[in-house]
Ligand binder design. Structure first.
Ligand SMILES: [Zn+2]
Length: 239
């Protein structure tokens, strides 16, 4: 069960949603700030709305805050609010990357919601705001994690850990989600070339501790960071 921090926000009026068959992902945009549910509640009230339009807010440290009650019709995706739940991931993902904690907890929250409502965890039912209307929300860097199947892959894993493995490169890595990789030698084979390239280029330096080969021995990388690095590498970001 996902831990949700209750915020006890006051709403002027709410109505109940009768259908729930889709989850829509958003970001803050404009500024890469760690917006809280209470803060967004204030912004949306200021626009004359009942209160915060999203049902959940995921802070940069991964904390999941309650926004609008889950049973209520939200105000986050024009024309699509009557059948959707809105998740806001705090930050501007046109310029920043979602944190590992945000990605992980977003997937876990999606798994929880989809399990309770019987929603299939696939790209037809888990969408970015910009897939429903013309907007750059939830930002290129978060949308990419939807498009390459990372978020739905992880959500499927959380919904059914014994049956489904997270994603391609991590098929044998399901039990390594909390492991830290400190040296080149400890990095899984599929990520080795990328990490070596990043070390060679001085993009990854560690804290100063070296192994016998003169490479950093305190990289402190998580499996999720490795996945993102490999995706970035494929996109040519480190060339
Ligand atoms: Zn949005």
């Amino acid at each position: 069960m996902v831990k949700v921090v209750e915020t006890d926000l006051d709403f002027s009026s709410l109505s109940e949603r009768s259908v729930t068959d889709m989850v829509v992902i958003h970001h803050t945009g404009c500024n890469d700030i760690d917006a809280s549910a209470e803060q967004i509640h204030g912004w949306h009230k200021g626009q004359g709305w009942a209160g915060i339009g999203y049902h959940y807010v995921i802070r940069k440290d991964g904390t999941i805050e309650r926004g609008r009650p889950e049973w209520a019709i939200g105000s986050h995706a024009y024309g699509e609010n009557s059948h959707t739940i809105g998740i806001h991931v705090s930050g501007d993902f046109e310029q920043a990357e979602p944190t590992v904690e945000q990605v992980e907890n977003c997937a876990e929250l999606i798994a929880d919601i989809c399990t309770r409502y019987g929603i299939p965890i696939d790209r037809a039912h888990i969408v970015g705001h910009g897939e429903l209307m013309a907007t750059s929300c939830p930002g290129t860097n978060l949308q990419m994690l939807l498009d390459n199947g990372i978020i739905t892959g992880k959500a499927n894993y959380y919904a059914n850990p014994s049956e489904v493995k997270p994603v391609d490169g991590a098929q044998q890595e399901g039990n390594r989600l909390t492991e830290r990789f400190n040296s080149l030698a400890s990095v899984p084979e599929w990520a080795y070339d990328t990490v070596k390239k990043m070390v060679d280029k001085g993009l990854l330096t560690g804290g100063g501790l070296k192994d016998a080969g003169g490479y950093p021995a305190d990289l402190d990388l998580s499996l999720d960071m490795l996945r993102i690095f490999v995706i970035n590498d494929r996109a040519g970001l480190y060339d």
